[in-house]
Design a protein around this ligand. Structure first.
Ligand code: ADP
Length: 416
């Protein structure tokens, strides 16, 4: 059985969408060893951007057809009208798409949402309330959900949360050591993000090495512009590096990751405003702050050219990853796999080697030739093993595919 799911990933000023043909969507998908029921084919995709700005932009791709135009897009409702126009102009109006459900990516589900959830008015309202914890993300999700439920009024809508996968973390991992009453009043705890990616990538890694997911201890390194590490035991998250917000943990493209909270106090006392602090730590730190560009390809070229600032940035970036790798080896009591994913993880062979080298004592042995071969022709299309035959820990590169995973989870919920 095959079904078409529309996946929406909306921000405050953009709507990304993919029409995905999901094969199966069988009841086995939630089990520890789901097979290939999750495979999906993207039939069309697009991006509506600069919503609310003087001139918006639409890009739509369906097979060989690529459509692009600019127009005023004041809000998300108009964004969906533009999406409808794009589908119609590429030959398939919305009512002929055969969409059976719409899956929405939602970054912050708080402690309320532990699994994909059918959206009704109450869920929609709660997603808006949770904007308190995710002011940059949930308002855009909310506006897209409201608009999409009007355009696709006859099909179920499902929210798939980035935080949900991490709701299995034990209290020792998610509790900050502050006054519990204060924490409860403000919803302060570690939530973790990138859960959709950590979930699909850990499941794929288990398939690749041919062992049951339920038996494995895995460390997943999602290294994109945003980056996080997840300790996965038996297919569930037991620790992750992002916290209350996506600012904690690894060094990222523009975010500092872990930093002594005393630095914030110090800067506030030095006269920095809350808005400046927010901007500095979220948008002007990390690789951008240290090096001047957040594009890891630029950093890579500068390291190759021997630029000292680039070398330091690379070392700080890799050191933080190794710091978490060591921590999660201890949290899990050893690992069966280490999995690299997302833009940097999938493409940056020298970084993977820097992260995994010198760890033979832990049973971690990367094979430099296999590692380099992954990117001989650019990004890998399929998962690949890059550890040596004698390595006790399997090291893998697994392309992430959050949209297909959202489609799979949506299909599973609405179709069973
Ligand atoms: P996002 O978090 O925006 O989804 P991605 O997962 O797409 O991010 O990853 C984007 C990052 O991947 C960028 O920093 C980009 O420079 C990096 N990247 C892509 N290709 C390469 C490459 N060949 N070598 C190093 N980094 C790369």
């Amino acid at each position: 059985m095959t079904q078409r799911i529309l996946v929406i990933n909306a921000g405050s000023s953009s709507i990304k969408y993919q029409l995905i043909h999901v094969a199966g969507g069988g009841a086995d998908s939630g089990s520890a060893d789901s097979g290939t029921a999750d495979s999906g084919v993207t039939l069309a995709s697009g991006l509506i951007e600069r919503i609310g700005e003087p001139l918006g932009r639409v890009k739509h791709r369906a097979g060989e057809t690529v459509l692009e135009w600019e127009t005023v897009i004041p809000d998300h409702t108009e964004g969906f009208a533009q999406m409808a126009r794009a589908f119609a102009e590429s030959g398939t109006p919305l009512d002929e798409l055969g969409v059976v459900a719409v899956g929405h990516r939602v970054v912050q589900g708080g402690s309320d949402f532990v699994e994909p959830t059918l959206i009704d008015d109450a869920v929609e309202a709660r997603i808006l309330e949770l904007a308190e914890l995710a002011p940059l993300h949930n308002p855009g999700h909310y506006r897209a959900i409201v608009a999409a439920r009007q355009v696709f009024a006859d099909v179920p809508h499902v929210a798939v949360f980035d935080t949900a996968f991490h709701q299995t973390m034990p209290p020792a991992a998610y509790t900050y050591a502050i006054d519990p009453a204060l924490a409860a009043r403000h919803g302060i705890r570690r939530y973790g993000f990138h859960g959709i990616s950590h979930q699909v990538v850990s499941r794929r890694a288990a398939e690749v090495i041919g062992r049951p997911l339920g038996e494995l201890n895995q460390i997943v390194l999602h290294l994109g512009n945003g980056a996080s590490v997840c300790a996965v035991r038996g297919g569930v998250s037991v620790d992750t590096s992002m916290g209350l917000t996506p600012l904690e943990g690894l060094v990222m493209g523009t975010r500092s990751g872990d930093i002594d909270p005393g630095v914030l106090l110090h800067l506030l006392r030095a006269g920095m405003t809350e808005a400046e602090l927010d901007d500095t730590l979220n948008k002007r730190s990390g690789v951008l702050g240290l090096f001047g560009s957040n594009d890891m390809r630029d950093l890579r070229a500068a390291v190759a050219a021997g630029e000292p600032a680039a070398e330091l940035t690379f070392d700080v970036y890799a050191h933080r990853i190794r710091h978490y790798l060591g921590a999660y080896l201890a949290v899990l009591g050893g690992a069966d796999t280490i999995v690299f994913t997302a833009g940097v993880g999938e493409n940056h062979a020298p970084l993977r080697e820097a992260v995994c080298s010198g760890l033979e004592w832990f049973g971690i042995e990367i094979d430099p030739a296999l590692n380099a071969a992954v990117n001989a022709d650019g990004p890998p299309a399929e998962p690949q093993v890059i550890s040596s035959a004698s390595s006790r820990v399997a090291i893998l590169v697994v392309p992430t595919d959050e949209e297909t995973e959202i489609a799979r989870q949506t299909a599973q919920l609405v179709l069973g």
